[in-house]
Design a protein around this ligand. Sequence first.
Ligand code: AFP
Length: 339
Amino acid sequence: MSSIGKSINQFISEQQNKTDSNSDDLSGLIADIASACKKIAHLVNRSAITGIGGASASENVQGEVQKKLDIITNDVMVEQLNHHGHLAAMISEEIEDIIQIPEHLPKGKYLIAFDPLDGSSNIDINISVGTIFSILRCTDASREVRSDDFLQAGTEQICAGFCVYGPTTMMILTMGNGVNGFTLDSEIDEFVLTHPDMTIPEDAAEFAVNISNQRFWETSVQRYIDECIQGVDGDREKNFNMRWVASMVSDVYRILIRGGIFLYPLDTKSANSSGKLRLMYEANPMSFIVEQAGGLSTTGYQRIMDIKPTDLHQRVPVILGSKNEVERIIRYHQEDKLS
Ligand code: AFP
């Protein structure tokens, strides 16, 4: 029987019943995340009316100017996830330190890392934004959670997902057994399954990169993009199309639907030359989703999910998407190293 149309809560309970190994109750936590995302969708949708679309007076831990909505949506996530005893602690792009669960509230066995509003510089121009999250297990929730509890490789994630606030609000989810997409049905205020078993085609002819950074990239990435641009007249003998939304959620969603490759590679532009995107709440969850959909995700030198994090807000280069294209770039990196 087709699962299309099932609510996210029903779908997850059924998935958990099927897998003995995954008998822990994740459904409550995912239901809380879904509720937070519904609230965020509503806030984003009304931001021009309520006047919360612009910049705030503060900067986040990355030194980026925070939008008022960055702060408000962070608070929505914390408030919504605090209360129900599923979490031991949280980290957010918007907050430097670990967000501990207050003493008077029950604590659970999971950790969550999230970016409450990714792509927020796009809000003022009415382009899609999103929420990204990664769920880990907490090995010892009996004491205050420390950084090293969070600093687990992406392979340890037990669930990851993202929500896109676009023409429709969608949640994409993996619990390690495939990727499923749910659309928010505003008539019933529920996420319902609309995109079961999402799979990324192995080949693609579309790339997403901020090409204004080209002069700062390594030779391997320059070569790959040059060849795409040369199209049928170059070594690839094939034309490529380019898209860059500058909202990772939209760029990754497009890849899940029709394949392609997304790059935010290593560059010499950023002060520490380690890439722009954050490992714990952008690169890892997106990598988990992409791999579960049959794609690959790498820094160019290493599988992203194998990186042992050293910092809660660590940045990494990200190259992800259709398997054959990502493998080609990995090969270009290897060839570059040998020459
Ligand atoms: P913001 O959240 O600051 O808008 O950044 C979005 C993002 O982290 C990611 O979603 C985009 O892919 C990338 O940055 C866009 O970066 P550029 O502004 O360099 O194009």
